[in-house]
Design a protein around this ligand. Sequence first.
Ligand code: TTP
Ligand code: MG
Ligand code: MG
Length: 413
Amino acid sequence: MCPKLDPVPVPPGAAAASGPPEAVARRIVHLDMDAFFASCELSKYPELRGRAMVVGGRRAAHQPRLREDGTREFSLLRDYVGRGVLTTATYEARTFGVHSGMPTMKAARLAPEAVLLPVDFDLYRSYSRRFKDAVRSVAPVVEEIGIDEVYADVSALDADAHGIAVRLKAAVREATGLTCSVGIAPNKLLAKLCSDLQKPDGITVVTMADLPTRIWPLPAARINGIGPKASAKLAELGIATIGEVAARDEVWLVERFGRSYGRWLHRVSHGVDDRPVVTWSEPVSMSRETTFERNLHAVRDRAELGEVFTRLCEQVSADLQRKGYVARTIGIKLRFEDFRTVTRDLTLPEPIADAKALRRTAGTCLKRVDLARTIRLLGVRASALERADGAVSEPERQLAIDFEAGPGPSRPD
Ligand code: TTP
Ligand code: MG
Ligand code: MG
């Protein structure tokens, strides 16, 4: 006999995309690329396959150099001096204890022979688009949640969970040559937890019946939403694992964490999560920026700087118009030779999308910056967006990743 399935709330408007409106057991995928930035770099430098390698900051000095015999010379971590942090590391480098967010100099002590590469965001964005398109070709209901991960609602697909995961991984591999790890579960919460359980190149399928054996032993901090503060408080109460949260009753949790967070803790520790897979969202801003090959000075390099500034405005304008938005706030970002970053913005009475108007407004912002030092980076941003057609919102399936949306090193290199 089939077990009785709880009805799953279907959000208004999501029914068509998420399958039939009647109660169905959901099947949600979380797919996350393996060592993403590093794996993208390996497609450029295949000779590094199998070697410990990390991706650090933006320094041109760490670009590989081509030798006369056609082979490449790479920077090694042991030669690094500076305050940068790693964006990621290959699994070979992780065996030395090196990981994302670690100061590069600390990583150099752990893995001195590892290769160090600078970030190449254009490359990662292009791989990101390719892998997301590949996922959509198998499972059309996709929510983008980061540069290297997505949720997909595969409830309507007529195949077993493992078979779907195999198809997704094959499509991603064919489109990018890269591996990913897939979790399939009845909801987003569990799918995200389980995609991490067999990394890299893993497939993990979890059902509600697996909760005690697969999910409860995990540290509570693995749940998105249990941050350092909540973890510390849980630890004070003698609670380390998700199972130990689940062992407390709701009233006990509410008394210690407040009504809404306490109730939420109770729900997530029991693997309950009704959030739908949302296939579109309104962009918050659109922006373009560029780091110069050499630092430019506002007076000495006026012509070159002016040209780049105009081009950035034209690109933002084209992005807005292509996606059907107008912007009320226009801003600029400058990073100087000493890595100090300043932003200025201006909010207009009427929203704009036109390149000339954008350039004029951004130019007004620029006048409010002291330009004595040379400039490394220039960016233009449009925010306070409204639909150009006046509609409040409209589904937009595939938003290009805003250039600043992707995660990056938290400190300049
Ligand atoms: P993650 O998916 O967290 O990590 P990953 O893909 O490198 O490795 P894993 O196999 O464990 O998934 O992040 C995706 C990319 O985001 C990562 O390749 C680099 C970037 N990133 C940062 O720039 N800084 C960070 O602190 C983290 C966590 C990631
Ligand atoms: Mg990843
Ligand atoms: Mg990720």
